[in-house]
Design a protein around this ligand. Sequence first.
Ligand SMILES: [Zn+2]
Length: 82
Amino acid sequence: MLKCDMCHKPLKSSRHQIVRGPVTLTVGPDCFKKEKEAAARLADPTYQEFMGWMRANKGGSRPCPAGDFPHNFNYWREGGRW
Ligand SMILES: [Zn+2]
């Protein structure tokens, strides 16, 4: 039985390929969607700015009132700081 390379659940009829440099992952539709969302986020300048803020302010070491990612990102984007 072929398994998803990301979540290791058995792959059903729908499978997708993700190319990461020299590695090709075979994944199910859920992980493929997550990967595409992650790629879109990385290309988003607002996300880059958020990561810069997180690094500069050590935002990851304090609990955000909105919760973990992606809630903290949405909170930050709306002007929230912690
Ligand atoms: Zn998966």
